[in-house]
Design a protein around this ligand. Structure first.
Ligand SMILES: *[C@@H]1O[C@H](CO)[C@@H](O)[C@H](O)[C@H]1NC(C)=O
Ligand SMILES: [Zn+2]
Length: 316
C-alpha cells in the first residue's frame, strides 16, 4: 500500500469512528433543505453558495472533515454529549452532569445559533456557524453521540456483514450504508426524497408535528410553567440572553438529546460483543430507528433555521 493510500485509509477509518458518516449527515441536510421557509432558504443559498450547491446536504459533513486538522481540533468535543447514565438499565442526559465544562453539543448549538445571525461577524464566520448547526443537529440525533458508556460504543467490538468494526461505527455508517445501498440507490438524495415523502404523506406524517414540540418526548426538562418550544428557545437566546456572554444551553436540544439517548436502552446496547450488527434481528430493529432519527433531525434542522430567520417554524 502506498503512503498516499494508507493516509487515505486512516482518514476514512477516523471518519468512520466519529459521527453519522457523510451519508447520514448529507441526508439530514437534504431533508432540511426541502422544508426551509423563504428567508432561511435565501440565507442558506447565499451563505453556502456554489461551493456547497447552495444546499444544507453537501455542507453537512464539513464539520467532520475539519475536526482532525490542527486548526479545528478544539471543535472535537462539540460533536457529542457524554451522558453518564447506565444503559441498558437506565438512560438519561443531564446538562450539568454531562456537559459540565460547557463544551459539548448542547452548548455548541446555542453558540452557533447566536453566531449565525451575528452581523458583526464576517460572511465566512457566519457560514461556518451555519455549517456547524447543519452538522450538530444531525449528530444530536445519533444515539451514540449522546452516550458516554464504552466511549459511545467505540470500545465495543462488532461486526458488520462479516467485517470487523465497533458498535459506534456500525451506527454511524455500517448499518446505514447497507440500508441505503439495498433500498435507496446508494444515494443520499434518493434516500432523503424517500424520507421527505414519509414526512409529507407517509408513515411520519402524523408524527412530524410532535418532533417540533419540545415537551415530554421522554421526560420533562423542568417544572417551569412555560412550554418549551423552538420559538421560546431562540427568542430567549437571541434577545433575553443577548447581553450575557456565557453560553446558556437550550431546552429543545436537551429534549432531542434525551430522545436519541433513550434508544441506547431499548435498541442500541442490548448487544452482545462481536455480534453482527448488519444482519439479523439487531439490524432489522435498528434500521427503522435510523430512518426515523435522520428524518426527525432533518425536519428539526429546518424548523430551527426557519425560526431563526423567518420567526416561525413554518411547518405543519
Ligand atoms: C463558540 O464558537 C467559537 C467560534 O467558532 C469557538 O471558538 C468556541 O469554542 C465555541 N464554543 C462552543 C461552546 O461551542
Ligand atoms: Zn460529527
Amino acid at each position: 500500500m502506498s503512503l498516499l493510500n494508507s493516509g487515505l485509509l486512516i482518514g476514512l477509518l477516523a471518519q468512520q469512528a466519529a459521527a453519522w458518516g457523510d451519508l447520514g449527515h448529507e441526508t439530514i441536510g437534504y431533508v432540511a433543505q426541502q422544508f426551509l421557509a423563504p428567508k432561511a432558504l435565501a440565507f442558506v443559498q447565499s451563505s453556502l453558495g456554489s461551493t456547497y450547491s447552495e444546499s444544507l446536504g453537501p455542507a453537512a459533513p464539513w464539520a467532520d472533515s475539519v475536526k482532525y486538522e490542527t486548526a479545528y481540533e478544539w471543535s472535537q468535543p462539540l460533536h457529542f454529549v457524554d451522558a453518564n447514565d447506565n444503559p441498558p438499565t437506565s438512560c438519561s442526559v443531564e446538562q450539568t452532569r454531562d456537559c459540565g465544562d460547557d463544551e459539548c453539543i448542547l452548548t455548541a448549538i446555542a453558540n452557533y445559533t447566536t453566531r449565525v445571525v451575528d452581523t458583526s461577524l464576517s460572511a465566512s464566520q457566519r457560514q461556518e456557524a451555519l455549517k456547524f448547526i447543519d452538522h450538530f443537529l444531525g449528530d444530536i440525533g445519533q444515539p451514540l453521540h449522546v452516550e458516554n458508556y464504552e466511549v459511545g460504543g467505540n470500545d465495543i467490538d462488532a461486526k458488520c456483514s462479516g467485517s470487523s468494526t465497533n458498535l459506534h461505527a456500525a451506527w454511524d455508517t455500517g448499518m446505514l450504508t447497507k440500508n441505503v445501498d439495498a433500498n435507496h440507490g446508494s444515494s443520499a438524495t434518493t434516500y432523503a426524497s424517500y424520507l421527505v415523502g414519509e414526512i409529507q404523506s407517509g408513515s411520519y406524517q402524523s408524527l412530524a408535528s410532535s418532533w417540533l414540540s419540545c415537551t415530554s418526548i421522554t421526560e420533562p426538562v423542568n417544572n417551569k410553567r412555560h412550554t418549551p418550544s423552538i420559538e421560546s428557545d431562540i427568542r430567549n437566546l437571541l434577545t433575553v440572553r443577548a447581553k450575557d456572554t456565557t453560553i446558556t444551553p437550550l431546552e429543545c436540544p436537551l429534549v432531542w438529546a434525551r430522545d436519541a439517548n433513550a434508544y441506547d436502552c431499548t435498541v442500541v446496547f442490548p448487544f452482545s460483543k462481536d455480534e453482527d450488527a448488519c444482519t439479523g434481528t439487531y439490524y432489522t430493529n435498528a434500521i427503522p430507528v435510523i430512518d426515523l432519527q435522520l428524518a426527525k433531525q432533518g425536519y428539526r434542522l429546518a424548523a430551527w433555521l426557519n425560526v431563526i430567520f423567518d420567526g416561525a417554524t413554518n411547518l405543519p
